[in-house]
Design a protein around this ligand. Structure first.
Ligand code: GLP
Length: 234
């Protein structure tokens, strides 16, 4: 794993932008994208750049079950308003949260991932080291699954919803097995909330209790961390 330490999320966004730019120059065709607050400075840099993704494909990690694409809390909506409004891709895929038939929705998404092998996968990380919505205990071989969100993830997401009962309890998430198939992986993490997760991911044992520790098994992972998120690294 290559660790890049930055001062803050702004500098992290610039470094991540450089990595996206290099991937484009290397002829990457498929970009795996992520939501959450951590990728936002990267997306701001991409949005104001002259990079062109109009003949590329994007594949997002996850989506809440039960939210339509036009729901403001959906990840479809997030992507539209943080990146795609400025940088349209030829085709952008996000799991279909409005499809309540989990078998169908996950099989459809696996087919999309198979047909569009990911060149560069962007990841954030949860406080419990989840990636995508793969919570502790998720299999490292998994493909797309319907995931029951843990209470800590539900609590972390409550701030985005008016009432706690509105917070979705399930999501469709690309599995860790599919994430590990990406040619290159870039994880971004900022703030002291992430320090424990980053320590366990980088220096802890590889275990399904720490989903992101699976990245130790991948040959090309870069992690961008600010000082607070790197605080526990030796
Ligand atoms: C959600 C998303 C993850 C993201 C995580 C952390 O759980 N499904 O993809 O990494 O939140 O979000 P943030 O970057 O806002 O801390």
């Amino acid at each position: 794993m290559k660790i890049i330490r930055v001062k803050d999320q702004n500098e992290g966004g610039q470094k991540a932008f450089e990595i996206f730019k290099e991937a484009l120059a290397d002829n990457a065709q498929v970009f795996g994208l992520a939501t959450g607050s951590s990728p936002i400075t990267l997306y701001q840099n991409l949005a104001k750049s002259d990079l062109d993704f109009s003949d590329k494909v994007s594949v997002n990690l996850d989506e809440y079950v039960g939210l339509d694409a036009d729901n403001e809390q959906s990840y479809h909506y997030f992507m539209q308003h943080n990146l795609f409004y400025a940088k349209p891709f030829k085709k952008s895929y996000v799991p279909d949260g409005s499809n309540l038939d989990a078998d169908q929705a996950t099989a459809d998404y696996d087919k999309i991932i198979e047909e569009n092998p990911i060149d560069l996968q962007l990841l954030g990380i949860g406080r419990n080291a989840h990636i995508g919505f793969n919570e502790p205990g998720s299999s490292f071989d998994a493909k797309t699954t319907k995931v029951a969100l843990t209470q800590s993830t539900i609590d972390a997401n409550t701030r985005f919803f008016d009432k706690e009962e509105d917070v979705p309890k399930f999501a469709y998430s690309m599995g860790i097995g599919s994430i590990l198939k990406a040619k290159k992986i870039l994880l971004v993490a900022y703030g002291e909330n992430k320090a424990e997760a980053i320590y366990n991911t980088v220096e802890g044992p590889v275990t399904e209790d720490v989903p992101a520790s699976a990245l130790q098994n991948h040959p090309d992972v870069t992690i961008i961390v600010d000082e607070a998120a790197a605080a526990k690294l030796k």
